[in-house]
Design a binder for this molecule. Structure first.
Ligand code: UDP
Length: 331
């Protein structure tokens, strides 16, 4: 059978680069497009690469044509919740308008399949847990709103133009490839796992944001999901497009298991053999107390279930951060 060429937009980012590597290992040919505004070319050095902004419909169209692209996997987005509250225009322009341009290029070139990176932030404050896909979607920040708007656009395009899409709503992506050649890297880093590990390496201080939540120990509870489990879900999603039936779905990706920040700290101490030093700080605005996914739909619809637990997440992230303390950044 002919190798399927998959366009990975935002493929030089954290989840994108892990998915690119797994696509190649699974017999697909990934073609990477990234603006490099927040991605790292080093993360995808082995694959065909184009530095293109997704707003550039014409250039994206040329790549779709040239490589006879079968489907698009779309990761490109700004992802900082705090920043999205300060500068919503930046988020709507990039996450929504950029996606519209990408979809236009796809329509013009008869590419009708897309896997889209969505988020647990589309749900807002949970009214029940675990959160299934029928849970109300009332995002409490602009980042979550931009992702939900795009899901709405995808649904409209599915209805009117026959687009096939799967929107994957990630919970807390974490961990790294076990070879530690790629891993989590953001600038600035705001995510819990890299921040704790950098603190263990003596590179920064670490604050726990709030210990007065209504949870088992007062700290926030999150559903941490290994980035390789996320990557494998994208491959399962692409496989769903193989049949004749139109596909238009939103699906959670999580472990259906919640850990408090203090439990994460304990796991870091177990894996690294080092003591985690932290200060207690005020709550971070916009943080719900508990976010836990129901992964029933992912199991049923995609035939996907996560392979890795919190210990695997931490062991792989620790290996990566020991090798590259600041990820692909120099500080
Ligand atoms: N967190 C923290 N200190 C930090 C960074 C994060 O206590 O320096 C907490 C944060 O408030 C949340 C959890 O860790 O409860 C996970 O945060 P992260 O930013 O990694 O992911 P999010 O839940 O925002 O997707």
């Amino acid at each position: 059978m002919k190798t399927k060429n998959i366009l990975v937009v935002g493929g030089a980012g954290y989840i994108g680069s892990h998915t690119v590597k797994m696509l190649a290992a699974s017999g697909y040919q990934p073609i990477v497009v990234d603006s490099l505004v927040s991605g790292y070319k080093e993360a995808v050095a082995k694959y065909p690469f184009y530095q293109i902004d997704m707003h550039d419909t014409q250039k994206i169209g040329e790549v779709l044509q040239k490589h006879e692209i079968e489907a698009v996997v779309h990761f490109a987005a700004f992802i900082e919740v705090g920043e999205s509250q300060i500068d919503p225009q930046k988020y709507y322009e990039n996450n929504v308008m950029g996606t519209l341009s990408l979809l236009k290029a796809m329509r013009q070139n008869q590419v009708d399949k897309i896997v889209f990176s969505s988020t647990a932030a589309t749900y807002g404050e949970p009214v029940y847990t675990p959160i299934d896909e029928k849970h109300p979607t009332l995002p409490i920040n602009t980042y979550g709103k931009t992702k939900l708007v795009v899901e709405g656009i995808l649904a409209d395009y599915a209805r009117s133009y026959g687009l096939n899409y799967i929107a994957l709503r990630y919970f807390n992506a974490s961990g790294a490839d076990f070879a530690a050649d790629i891993g989590e890297s953001h600038k600035p880093e705001t995510h819990l796992v890299p921040i704790i590990l950098q603190s263990v390496l003596g590179l920064r201080s670490f604050k726990v944001f709030g210990d007065d939540y209504k949870t088992k120990d007062g700290t926030c509870v999150r559903d941490y999901i290994h980035v390789l489990d996320l990557a494998s879900a994208h491959i399962k999603a692409l496989e769903k497009f193989a049949g004749n039936k139109q596909v238009a779905e939103s699906i959670n990706l999580g472990n259906q298991k919640g850990y408090s920040i203090l439990e994460v700290i304990k796991m870091v101490e177990k894996v690294t053999g080092k003591k985690v030093v932290y200060e207690l700080a005020a709550r971070r605005p916009g943080d719900p107390a508990v976010l836990i996914a129901s992964s029933e739909k992912a199991k049923k619809f995609l035939g996907w279930s996560p392979q890795y637990d919190l210990q695997d997440i931490m062991a792989s992230a620790w290996k990566w951060h020991q090798r590259k303390p600041y990820g692909f950044n120099s500080t």
